[in-house]
Every structure is written in C-alpha cells, then in structure tokens.
Design a binder for this molecule. Structure first.
Ligand code: HEM
Length: 524
C-alpha cells in the first residue's frame, strides 16, 4: 500500500521521528554491548520488552541468557521501578553468597513482604530471629518419636491411599492428574505431623482442595510480585484488585484452616486415619510458649505464621518433586526399567506375601530403599532439572566483589535461578539438558557426592533444608512402591510445562493413564 494521501504522511512523520532515535539507539547499544545475545536495554523501559516477550518460557529464557553471559548478568527494568536484579548461577558465586559470606546476604525485607502470609516466621526471618527459630525447628524435627510417626504416616498413606487410588484409576481406565494426587498426598503427609490431624485430602472421592489451591495462589502471586514494581503490587493490594485480590482471599482461607486445625487439636478431637491419638505433633511444641500463645491461650499471629511455614516446607516441595520424577520416568522407560531391576530383589522376596494380602501390590520400607543408589540417582537427577523451588533470592548488606569479579552494592537484589544452575554446561557437562541418572553413580557404584552449592534444590550453607534427610528417605520408598506396581502413560496431547511460580509445579498438571503391572508374571 502506498502512502499517497497527505493524511498518511501526517501520521507517518511523527511516527518515524519517534522510531528513528530508537533505531539508532538499538544499533548503537548492540554494537556497544559486550554480548549481543543479552536483552537490549531501552531508554525508559529498560529490558522490560524482552522480559514480557519471553514470559511464557521465563525459566528457559533466563537459562539461555545465563549461558550466553558466562553464568551471571544484571537484568534491569525501568529506572526507579526497583526492578533490578543480579542473576547468577555460577557455583563459586553461590558458595560465596550462601556459605563463605553468608552474613552479608540475608533474604531481606522485600522478600519477606512478598510472602507476607509467612509473617516473621523462619522462611522470612533473618539474623538473630532466624537463628533462634532454626534452632527450635531443628530441635522439633530431631524428636525420634516425631520421625517414627512421620514414617508410619507415610507408609499408611501409600498403602491405604496412593496405591488403592491408582489401582482404582487403572481399573476404570479414566485419566488422572498425577501431580494432583501427589499434592494431595504431600498435603496430608505434612498436615498430620504438623497438627496431628489427618486432613484426608488423598481420598478416592477427591474432596475439594481449597486450602491447597490457596497455597498455590500464595506461591504464584509471590512470583508475580517479583516481576512488577513494589509500588504497583502494593497499590493493587490496597485496592484489592487483580492477583492481589485472589491472594487476600487465599491468605484468609489459609489462616482459617490453621485456626481450625489448632482448635481441633485443643479440643482433642483430632485423630489420624487409624483413629489413634498421634503420639506427638509439631503444634504441641509451640502451644505453651508465650512467644506463640497469649495469656489466654490464644495463638498469636506468630503461631499461625510458623505453622503455615511448616505446611509450605513439606507440601510444595515433596508433591512437586514426585510429579516431575514420574514425568521423567515416563519419558525415559530405560531409567524406569533400571530402577525396577534395582528394586526386584526386594520385591520378589515379598511378592508372595503381597499376593496373599490381596491386590498383589508390593510395599517398600524406608530402610529397604534407603541404600538403593540408582533410585536416589533418578530422584536427584530429576531435582537437578526441576528443582521444586526454582529461584532463590538474596539481598546485599554491604558492597562486595563476587568470585566471578562482579561487584554487588549494598541494597542490590540477587536472584539465583536454581532451574538454570541445574542446566549449566560448565557444571554438569554438555549433556546437562538430558535426564541421565547415571551421572550420579560413581565407577564403584556409589552415589556421587555433589556439593550443595552446585546442586542446590535443598539450599546450601546455614539455611539449608532441615527436612532433607527425612524427605529423601520417604520419597524413595514412595517412588519405589508406585513405580514397581504401576505403569503410566501421558494422555495424548497433554502438554507438560512449568507454571510461573516460586514452586516448580506443572501448569496443566500431569494427566496420565494408569496401568497396574502384573508383578507375579514379571517374577516368573
Ligand atoms: C523435596 C523435598 C524438599 C526440598 C527440595 C526442600 C527444599 C528446601 C529449600 C530450598 C529450603 C531453603 C528455603 C529458603 O530459605 O529459601 C528449605 C528450607 C527448609 N526446609 Fe525443606 N525441602 C524439602 C522438604 C522439607 C520437608 C519435608 C520439611 C519438613 C517439614 C522441610 C523443612 C524445611 C525447613 C524447616 C526449612 C527452613 C530452614 C531455614 O530457614 O533455616 N523441608 N527446604
């Protein structure tokens, strides 16, 4: 179409006048930029256009940018927006930030404001308050009674919940969301030790998961708050609009749930699925402490926040890990077969008993699966590619120079994309994008030790996960039971991709068809 009318020129000329300086700027910045693969920083809007254009695959985009920049770069949004982050997945920087110079890199107040439902409790706390709370959690979680109770709950939930539900779907042939099932499983598994109450979300009639959805909303909006200026989400919160409105509803629901659980526990009306009074639970460790409860015995905000923290610690991490592991096993039948070869000697010794007990399903005890190397390799390899918490965030107290040579200034925000760390060729080799559990197995058949500052899903240094040992042991026995007894196939056309959240859930879940394996036939 030719511009022949004078009106066209009137419209076109100012447009060109605007476009020309932008074009010149772009040419200039591309030639001046050390690395043309990095996003262009536009006047006024910074790198925002690239961020928006790549939002649909942000984790992979960040991974590509980090690879192009030698593992560290600074992302800048519009000036004055506060959107300025130093991103790094360089293990030496990570070691410096999380371990050697830990005191200079707290989580910071902005982080705490993103997850306000967690209050001043341990995930949000820094300094002395965090130190005191961590010591307390450590004490609570080292109680042998609690650990034995958690192990018994896990076994019960697999035997009476997970396996029968999967057998039901296998017999009906109906598709089921495996991520949804694991999330229900992890929810119950966390609520039981925390409150001493079986919330029975893992049940064949699939009761509503409103509290679990509220937890998802907290994590999704927490991610969203990272991507907009603080003043913007605070205004939305004040006006109660958009995602902030959804978050406010989710926070109310979560708080009400915790209040109900505490009430049930106080009334002594709560029991586990077996009907027994639980021998010990986490609430009881706090219920008489004046820091957590007022003179009338009413829980303070700090108590609610602490219990909510425990729920997030256990549910989101375990449910997400199990879902991605099975996704990887479905995609890599060779790995599933090798894992079953490792399980076979244990399973065959129990097959007869399993047949006699009905259903022919084999259970695995944690002490049986604990020494299995390939099983753990398959689990860690999945966590490397899909860490349940894909991003860590740190603030900077004083100016510092990182081992990579980059300078960070007081007040700078640092993002450590764990998703990208697991996909860094200089750490994991050129095949870093492949799911290959063998990389975890040494030549003499042992599990390869990888320092936490290279393999970060459980965090590294003084703030590392306090539930790592127990959850690895438990997850191994769960994976063994599910993988031994069932085969899965992803429903045709179902797309599996990460959700934009601070928890690496699958956006559309994991819709599968379930098939029960014939273990007796396999044995013969
Ligand atoms: C797949 C399983 C798990 C993974 C990948 C995992 C990962 C993590 C990560 C990354 C952190 C650091 C969070 C941060 O400060 O930013 C953390 C901290 C923590 N985790 Fe886990 N976790 C898992 C299971 C559990 C379980 C089952 C519990 C027990 C209920 C637990 C208890 C904790 C606690 C108490 C902290 C806080 C430590 C602190 O702030 O000093 N975790 N975990």
């Amino acid at each position: 179409m030719a511009f022949t009318q004078p009106l066209d020129l009137v419209v076109l000329l100012p447009f060109l006048a605007l476009l020309l300086p932008m074009y010149i700027y772009l040419r200039h910045s591309r030639s001046a930029k050390a690395n043309p693969l990095l996003p262009t920083e536009w006047p006024v809007i910074g790198m925002l256009p690239s961020l928006v254009a790549n939002l649909h695959h942000l984790f992979d985009y960040a991974t590509a940018l980090l690879a192009a920049s030698g593992n560290s770069f600074e992302a800048r949004g519009p000036p004055m927006s506060g959107l300025r982050f130093f991103l790094t997945c360089d293990p030496e920087n990570v070691r410096h930030i999380f371990i050697s110079n830990f005191a200079n890199y707290p989580k910071g107040e902005e982080f705490a404001s993103f997850f306000d439902v967690m209050g001043d409790s341990f995930f949000n706390a820094d300094g002395e308050s965090w130190r005191r709370q961590r010591a307390r959690v450590q004490h609570v979680m080292s109680n042998p009674l609690l650990l034995a109770f958690m192990a018994a709950c896990c076994r019960g939930k697999v035997e009476k919940g997970l396996l029968p539900i999967l057998a039901h779907f296998a017999s009906t042939g109906a598709p089921v969301d495996l991520q949804g099932l694991f999330t229900r499983f992890a929810f119950d598994m966390t609520a039981i030790p925390v409150f001493g109450v079986d919330t029975c979300r893992l049940s064949i009639d699939m009761p509503p998961v409103d509290v679990a959805s509220a937890m998802d909303a907290v994590m999704e909006v927490g991610f969203f708050r990272h991507t907009v200026p603080v003043s913007c989400w605070k205004l939305m919160r004040r006006l109660r609009i958009g995602r902030e409105r959804k978050l406010a509803a989710a926070q109310r629901l979560l708080r009400r749930f915790v209040a109900e659980m505490i009430e049930k526990r106080r009334a002594g009306a709560a029991h586990t699925a077996t009907g027994d009074e639980p021998p010990v639970h986490i609430v009881s460790s706090y219920i008489d402490d004046p820091e957590y409860v007022d003179e009338d015995g009413k829980p303070k905000e700090f108590m609610y926040a602490t219990l909510i923290n425990y729920m997030f610690a256990g549910r989101d991490t375990v449910g997400t890990t199990l879902a991605w592991l099975f996704f990887n096993l479905i995609k890599h039948p060779r790995v599933a077969s090798r894992m079953r070869e490792e399980l076979a000697p244990i399973a065959y010794s129990k097959a007869a008993a399993a047949d006699k007990n009905g259903g022919g399903m084999v259970m695995f005890e944690p002490e049986e699966t604990k020494p299995l190397v390939y099983l753990q390799a398959a689990l860690f390899e999945s966590m490397r590619l899909y860490p349940p918490g894909p991003i860590e965030r740190k603030a900077t107290l004083a100016d510092d120079v990182l081992p990579s040579g980059h300078t960070v200034r007081a007040g700078d925000n640092i993002l450590i994309p764990l998703y990208s760390m697991g996909r860094t060729a200089s750490v994991w080799g050129e095949d870093c994008a492949e799911y290959r559990p063998e990389r975890w197995v040494t030549e003499d058949g042992k599990l390869r030790h990888v320092p936490a500052y290279r393999f970060m899903p459980f965090n590294a240094g003084p703030r590392s996960c306090l539930g790592k040992d127990i959850s690895v042991v438990q997850m191994k026995s769960v994976v063994a039971a599910v993988a031994w007894n069932f085969d899965f196939e992803v429903v045709r056309g179902h797309v599996v991709e990460p959700k934009l959240s601070v928890v690496m859930q699958m956006k559309n879940g994991l819709m599968v068809k379930v098939k029960k394996r014939d273990i007796v036939t396999t044995h013969q």
